[in-house]
Design a protein around this ligand. Structure first.
Ligand code: GDP
Ligand code: MN
Length: 394
């Protein structure tokens, strides 16, 4: 689960990390004039809150404005004007794609005079099974560009079991710190590790971490990704989920505890079991088409779930044909076949549909499909079934 910058900063503040005072707004900026009395400036920084990076270098679409999704403002009277111009507007950045993202939330922060910008992130490195810190003195800008052209300027430090260990002294010169700055930097790293562990994060990225002109560290930007598999341990974070940032079809699937991932192709897939669903997508691609989705119905595929699955697939306008691939084990193919037939009738489902059954009661299931006189196509062979679905999508 992704958090907005202001949410991430709220959390990190509780771990005593140096964060500037700010105020967030959702949909409107009504109380801004009053709130501004509490925020020191100039400057003030006005920041669009969307789940995508590169906001500073982005531009707004409607109305057009190329000053970026993060603006530093020196005149108090301009703060609300600029905040208003962002709220409800569509921000396009390197990470949003060409459609951009609608800005429903704006964050206003006390500004800070920057002396130096650093990049700092923590993430779980799956290769080493350790917590990895990535740090660079080339902060603020595109870290991917630094990694590509100047990989020697990026340093990686590993921590075992989230334990605080001394940060290699050589980093002091490599990052250009004085002795006392290095000491302060280490304290920040340890506080971040502590927060990472206690909130069950999968990533925390601070870009930039800055040294301000009075020589203190400040976390100017913060991105947190929480580990979805550990969310059950954190009911306190539930309300942080911004549903407007989620794909509506994926949300609906999640509510029905189905595993659905929206993709961009034209063949809708409904499969039981994640492995079979992956294989189904692979074969579709092999025949030159793209799957419209990944959908694992789960082990309890019945009529209700089939209906929900169909509804989700049907609401994706890109879908031209549907491939249902079921391996009957504990669940019987004939039961699913009845579910499919009833669902197609109930929803008046019109898209071409190919069904492939194997396993328990596959032949009875096939009969149910063939006798339904709904124009459903039943093919036993995985390859042939896929070819047919591909052909029908053309
Ligand atoms: P991002 O572009 O989405 O990563 O958004 P950031 O929060 O990182 O902001 C982009 C850039 O704006 C930062 O790299 C800073 O250079 C600048 N910036 C952010 N806050 C301040 C601030 O308080 N004062 C100044 N002078 N610049 C800021
Ligand atoms: Mn940033």
């Amino acid at each position: 689960m992704n958090l907005h910058e202001y949410q991430a900063k709220d959390i990190l503040k509780k771990f005593d990390l140096p964060i500037l005072k700010g105020q967030s707004y959702e949909n409107s900026i009504q109380s801004l004039e009053k709130d501004l009395l509490e925020l020191q400036g100039p400057p003030w920084v006005i920041k669009s809150q969307i789940h995508a990076g590169g906001r500073g270098a982005g531009y707004f679409k409607n109305p057009f404005n190329d000053k970026g999704g993060v603006q530093v403002v020196f005149e108090k009277e301009n703060v609300s004007k600029i905040a208003k111009s962002m709220m409800g507007n569509t921000l396009i950045t390197k990470q949003t794609g060409e459609n951009g993202k609608k800005v429903n939330r704006v964050f206003i922060e006390e500004g800070c005079e920057i002396d130096k910008e650093f990049y700092l992130s923590l993430l779980v490195d799956r290769n080493s099974s350790k917590l990895m810190m990535i740090v660079s003195a080339e902060g603020g800008m595109d870290i991917e560009e630094v990694a590509k052209h100047n990989p020697e300027k990026i340093f990686k430090i590993y921590f075992e079991n989230f334990e605080e260990k001394e940060i290699p002294k050589e980093l002091e010169t490599k990052l250009g710190f004085t002795n006392s700055q290095f000491f302060e930097f280490s304290k920040i790293v340890f506080k971040l590790i502590k927060s990472f562990k206690s909130i069950d994060a999968s990533t925390i990225e601070i870009n930039p971490l800055v040294l301000n002109t009075t020589g203190n560290f400040v976390l100017l930007d913060a991105k947190i990704n929480l580990d979805d598999n550990a969310l059950f341990r954190h009911p306190e974070f539930e309300y942080l989920k911004d549903l407007t940032e989620e794909d509506p079809l994926e949300l609906e699937a999640a509510e029905n505890s189905m595993n659905y991932v929206k993709l961009n192709g034209s063949i809708g897939c409904m499969v039981n079991g994640a492995g079979l669903a992956m294989a189904t997508m692979d074969i579709i691609k092999q025949f030159g088409k793209e799957p419209a989705n990944f959908l694992d119905l789960g082990g309890t595929a019945n009529k209700d779930r089939a209906i929900k699955g169909f509804k989700i697939i049907q609401s994706d306008p890109n879908v031209k044909s549907v491939l249902i691939n079921i391996f009957g084990g504990i669940i019987h193919c004939d039961m699913i076949a009845k579910g499919i037939v009833e669902a197609v009738k109930e929803l008046n489902f019109k898209l071409p549909l190919v069904v492939r059954f194997q396993g328990t009661n596959a032949s009875i299931g096939r009969d149910v499909i063939n006798q339904s006189s709904l124009g459903l196509i039943s093919i036993d062979d995985f390859t042939e079934a896929t070819k047919k679905a591909v052909e029908l999508a053309e």
